[in-house]
Design a protein around this ligand. Sequence first.
Ligand SMILES: C[S@@+](CC[C@H](N)C(=O)[O-])C[C@H]1O[C@@H](n2cnc3c(N)ncnc32)[C@H](O)[C@@H]1O
Length: 219
Amino acid sequence: VSQPSRISLRQHEIDRTERDVDDRSTIAFYENDAAEYARATRSISLAAEIQWFSQFVPASARVLDVGCGSGRDLVALKRAGMRPIGLELSARLAAIARDYSECQVVEGDMRNPPFADAAFDGIWAAASLLHLNRADVGRTLWQLHRLLVPGGTLFASMKVGLGAERTPDGRLFSYFLPEEWSGLLGAAGFLDVELRTEIADNAETPASVWIQSLARIAS
Ligand SMILES: C[S@@+](CC[C@H](N)C(=O)[O-])C[C@H]1O[C@@H](n2cnc3c(N)ncnc32)[C@H](O)[C@@H]1O
């Protein structure tokens, strides 16, 4: 069997998996496990990534933390001098993040973010776009583009891999190869895409390979 036909078979299986996935089950996981998830992920440090991001946004940047989870990065972004706001689909995590960070946290869906055009200098999306159905990722990147000022910057971290799966806890994960991810960012109008990859075993087992990406829109 040649390599191309193996890939197309896999693609077929991936498409079927995605159609079967009920993405409410992702948010059900975060709702049901909100307190435990917040506790388990709060000590993770993204200090190096925040330092990288901060080089590309102005002082006191207005930043949207998309899928802010526990509110951990809202606190870190605020400590770095930015003015972060959270967006979170799980009502329980949104409440936890609000209490913990003392930042505004809006309960809403990143696929249809309830903010005006050009409302933010930067967008921070740590491990959140990976929960979208692969078909929604491109459309959502366009929405995030819409929210940025000219020259605005997006940070996004994603897991490296092929296709999508629903893990036993009910969450949908969509995976991308690095070149595929930079292609998607480019197709959504992002420029100057920079990628870093790293292996991390934070709250997830087994350890995963991650893409950290930084990209800007035109000035
Ligand atoms: C893996 S967690 C990452 C949380 C946080 N960014 C962090 O790094 O600890 C993914 C987060 O995205 C949120 N989320 C998933 N789908 C979302 C959507 N469509 N709109 C907004 N938030 C979403 C989840 O509720 C969860 O808080």
